[in-house]
Write a protein that binds this ligand. Structure first.
Ligand code: HEM
Length: 524
């Protein structure tokens, strides 16, 4: 056939018709949905086509969602291309919605699945709540039981002791990135508690002989996943050097995870470990144990979901305390009362025990207050209605039409003036009051009070690792504050510099890290 201008025009027309036939129905649907949620206010769209897409990808979007919530109210409307999103920050509505079985996660998250394993399969974190997810969730939830955490407590303490040793070798004039150090420690905690393996991330901070690849590979692969999340076309840009490097480091991360899986097969792990629980999962399709194709991504996911979240949170605590000497003085007094403070008479305080953790009331309140202000998963919690039917919440107060997405941004709830008094103030005392975590004036739902403090989200898709996270945070921070006082390094530009560098990628951190001076309480 001869190529003629007429043929080219016909081809172009066919292409336009194909695109139009798939997009026009979507646009009509989007327009009709808009008529049903028009009554809710919301930020003006950036453009007719984009809606609020670009702003909602901003690095400080956690702050933006909070500003919108205060400006437009607890139920507001925004748009991502042709998808309408209702952003909800009313704790009672959130509690009801997140416990409603008609809502589910969106089925696929390619970037995170790519991170998790070579076959890009959905995992505990990214999958819909299907039979496979149920099996993995049940097994991991029981791995994180109080009894198992108690059995694994010495492993957490051991990882923290390594960090203390590293910091002791650093002089007070030297600057340490406490965010990086605490992420390393959290990675090692997951390695030890989950798989009985020291990944060497903390040791490699000061010792170049220690095997440091685990940290570099995990954070490098996570960075590549984050880049793919913000730019879905990235995976096709094979000519770019940074994309190829991202692929290479992701492969390296997978091979480290594969060696953990090989170790699990070689020798039965401790019964209290996460590994033992993962090995006992029955695959709903085969009835047998998970094959490596499915097991490896679940192992990776626990590292991904657990190490930066916990590490960044601990860094936010250290930063917050460094800005509030009166808070530090109270922590010091509490640690002194429990014999956990380094003093001239007792330069090495006694080793922290499992029973100490609940007794550290003030420190626990400080951790909660930092998690309120800086929730690591602050923009998580997107849901969609999977039944095709409208969702009715609050006894008819809110009707969500099927097809509208729901977003419950945790940072916005934690910073809302409608939910908290003086939300921007760092005041651990608020968590010393009984019922501080409950939503004010909200009626109990199935016997449970709706919560306004939700750093781990809520409902069936809440954080499965929260027992480990809380335990690690309290154990680590008690030992850190027992031995050191922290001062923000000048290069951070003071609290204003930290605030200006807040960044939400997959988790919330400070783009500059958290550079500090660790000043030993007892001089050598
Ligand atoms: C301070 C530390 C942590 C914070 C703030 C945190 C926060 C969260 C949040 C907000 C979610 C819900 C995400 C969503 O709705 O999309 C979540 C889910 C999850 N978290 Fe955590 N997390 C922490 C530590 C951990 C740890 C230590 C682990 C495991 C080692 C872990 C494993 C998971 C997993 C597997 C899920 C998905 C659960 C499911 O969908 O069934 N997290 N986390």
């Amino acid at each position: 056939m001869e190529f003629t201008p007429l043929l080219a025009i016909q081809g172009l027309a066919a292409l336009v018709a194909i695109i139009a036939s798939s997009y026009v129905p979507r646009l009509i649907k989007s327009f009709l949905l808009l008529q049903r949620i028009k009554q809710y206010p919301g930020p003006p769209p950036e453009s007719f086509v984009l809606g609020n897409t670009i702003l909602a990808k901003r690095q400080d979007r956690h702050r933006l969602f909070a500003e919108w919530s205060d400006k437009y109210g607890p139920v507001l409307r925004r748009r991502r291309l042709d998808t309408h999103v209702l952003q909800i920050t009313d704790p009672a509505l959130i509690a009801e919605a997140l416990r409603n079985k008609d809502l589910d996660k969106k089925p696929v998250n390619d970037a995170l699945n790519y991170f998790a394993g070579p076959h890009s399969l959905p995992t505990l974190l990214t999958s819909e709540s299907n039979a496979r997810w149920k099996g993995v969730r049940k097994a991991t939830a029981s791995a994180f039981s109080t009894a198992n955490m108690k059995a694994e407590f010495p492993n957490i303490r051991a990882a923290c002791s390594q960090l203390i040793e590293v910091l002791k070798s650093v002089g007070p004039d030297e600057v340490v990135d406490m965010d990086g150090a605490l992420c390393r420690e959290s990675l090692d905690v997951i390695g030890r508690v989950g798989f009985g393996k020291d990944m060497g991330a903390t040791r490699s901070l000061r010792n170049s002989d220690a095997p440091g690849q685990a940290m570099e590979a995990t954070s490098g692969a996570l960075l590549e996943a984050d880049r793919r999340l913000t730019d879905p076309t990235r995976r096709f840009q094979f000519w770019r050097k940074d994309v190829r490097e991202g692929e290479a480091i992701t492969k390296r991360f997978h091979s480290i995870m594969q060696s953990l899986v090989d170790g699990m097969h070689k020798e039965r792990p401790a019964e209290s470990s996460i590994a033992a629980h993962l090995l006992d999962i029955k695959d709903p399709e085969t009835g047998g144990p998970l094959d490596d194709k499915h097991l490896l991504p679940e192992v990776s996911t626990l590292f991904m979901a657990g190490f930066e979240t916990t590490g960044h949170t601990a860094a936010w605590v250290v930063f917050s305390v460094s800005q509030h000497p009166e808070v530090e003085a109270k922590i010091v007094e509490e640690l002194r009362q429990h014999d956990l403070l380094a003093t001239a008479e007792q330069p090495n305080p006694r080793a922290i025990q499992w029973d100490d953790i609940p007794k550290l009331t003030y420190l626990n309140a400080v951790i909660k207050e930092a998690m309120r202000l800086y929730p690591a998963g602050g923009v998580a919690s997107f849901r969609r209605i999977h039944t095709g039917k409208d969702l009715v919440l609050g006894g008819g107060k809110l009707v969500v039409p099927a097809g509208v997405a729901l977003h419950f941004p945790i940072t916005a709830v934690h910073h809302s003036t409608a939910v908290w008094e003086d939300p921007e103030a760092f005041s651990p005392e608020r968590f010393l009051e009984a019922g501080a975590e409950d939503a004010r004036g909200a009626e109990p739902l199935n016997g449970r009070k709706p919560q306004r403090f939700i750093p781990f989200s809520q409902g069936s898709r809440d954080c499965v690792g929260q027992t480990l996270a809380r335990l690690n945070l309290a154990t680590t921070l008690a030992q850190l504050f027992g031995n050191f006082s922290f001062r923000l390094a000048a290069e951070m530009g003071g609290p204003a510099g930290v605030r200006a560098s807040e960044i939400t990628s997959i988790t919330l951190s400070c783009a500059k890290g958290m550079k500090m001076h660790a000043i030993a309480r007892v001089k050598k």
